[in-house]
Write a protein that binds this ligand. Structure first.
Ligand code: ZN
Length: 359
């Protein structure tokens, strides 16, 4: 057989290929901002940076990052108070001469840096000031478009520098939301496995194992998740990074985003600004776990012990809106098959909200 024929045969037999893009340096711990110059040197990032941050997060950490880098870097600040296409465009213009980007802040800031980094093809450092969702480490960014929330493919940070002293100062509500985002991995995986059985969707066993283990470790350590403790910040940040890596292995957000995330996006549309991302995912996970026939009481108890909300009422959302969100979930990213595609009726949705969200 000719070399070409062998190549052709091989291609026919085995044609899988996938990129797994992951962060190169992950530094988590007390006062690790001081290690930023070492990380920049290690990754040979260049000498010019744009820091994307919010007003309060610039005060909290952004200015310190500038100071630390000012010795041998030129650093320009950029304020992103919201995430929107105009802000992204403005940040891109501001980053024209930057070798790399630094996102210092919460979800919106990190997501803005992520999208700008992707559009300009320049690396970015993720410096979270709160551990509120797994976007601090993942390739996906959510941006709200006129048509509603949308999840964009971007690229993962080249490095994550998470200072537990700063993260521990953030409101506990943010940390609890981060925990709920990780706990929702349980149902995200069940949905992925369901899609595999029903639709033949390909799954990654490595991604599933890592995502599930991450949620299990977090639940096992739920008793250690307390307000304003560096140890808690450390446990949750590691879990969020680990979830991000599971998504990198999968090449999609599948291992950490199932029906409960679609429910969360539906709630964002129906009751904007009420619940944090992780909070509504946690609330959705309870119902999703019930529908999967799993231990929904255990999920609810873990969320409660961490201090995350377990009912729509706790985040100021009426039961009727929660019912609408449950019914709308299947229409958000319809290509992503989940338990909510299995024929949930309005009557059942109403009953479930009454039953599962009762104290
Ligand atoms: Zn999430």
């Amino acid at each position: 057989m000719s070399a070409d024929a062998i190549k052709l045969l091989k291609e026919r037999v085995f044609d899988k290929s996938r990129w797994m893009q992951m962060p190169r340096d992950v530094v988590i711990g007390h006062d690790v901002l001081t290690q930023i110059p070492a990380v920049c040197d290690d990754l040979k990032l260049g000498k010019t940076a744009l820091i994307i941050s919010g007003k309060s997060t610039m005060k909290l950490a952004g200015n310190r990052v500038r100071e630390i880098l000012s010795g041998n870097h030129t650093v320009t600040p950029f304020f992103a108070e919201e995430i929107s296409l105009p802000v992204i465009k403005a940040a891109e213009a501001a980053a024209a001469n930057a070798d790399f980007l630094i996102g210092v802040g919460g979800g919106r800031v990190i997501d803005t840096a992520k999208i700008v980094s992707y559009n300009l093809d320049r690396p970015f450092l993720s410096i979270p000031t709160a551990a509120s969702h797994d976007g601090i480490a993942s390739a996906r960014a959510s941006v709200s478009l006129e048509s509603g929330h949308s999840s964009l493919e971007a690229q993962p940070p080249i490095a994550i520098i998470a200072d537990t002293a700063i993260i521990a100062q953030a409101p506990h509500r943010l940390l609890a939301a981060g925990c709920a985002d990780v706990i929702s991995n349980y149902t995200a995986i069940l949905d992925w496995e369901l899609a595999h059985r029903v639709k033949g969707e390909e799954v990654s066993e490595y991604a599933i194992a890592l995502s599930k283990m991450t949620a299990e470790i977090l639940v096992k350590n739920a008793g250690l998740i307390k307000p304003h403790q560096e140890q808690s910040a450390w446990i949750v940040t590691k879990a969020l990074v680990s979830s991000g890596v599971a998504m990198s292995i999968a090449g999609s957000s599948r291992p950490a985003s199932g029906g409960e995330h679609k429910f969360s996006h539906a709630l964002d549309r129906l009751a904007p600004g009420k619940a944090l991302h992780g909070e509504s995912c946690g609330i959705g996970t309870i119902i999703s776990m019930y529908l999967h026939g799993g231990d929904w009481r255990g999920i609810r108890a873990s969320l409660k012990s961490i201090g995350a909300p377990v009912t729509p009422a706790e985040v100021g959302i009426d039961d009727a809106i929660a019912v609408e969100a449950l019914l709308m979930a299947k229409d958000i990213r319809p290509e992503r098959f989940t338990i909510f595609d299995m024929g949930l009726t309005r009557e059942s949705a109403e009953k479930l909200v009454q039953m599962l969200y009762r104290e």
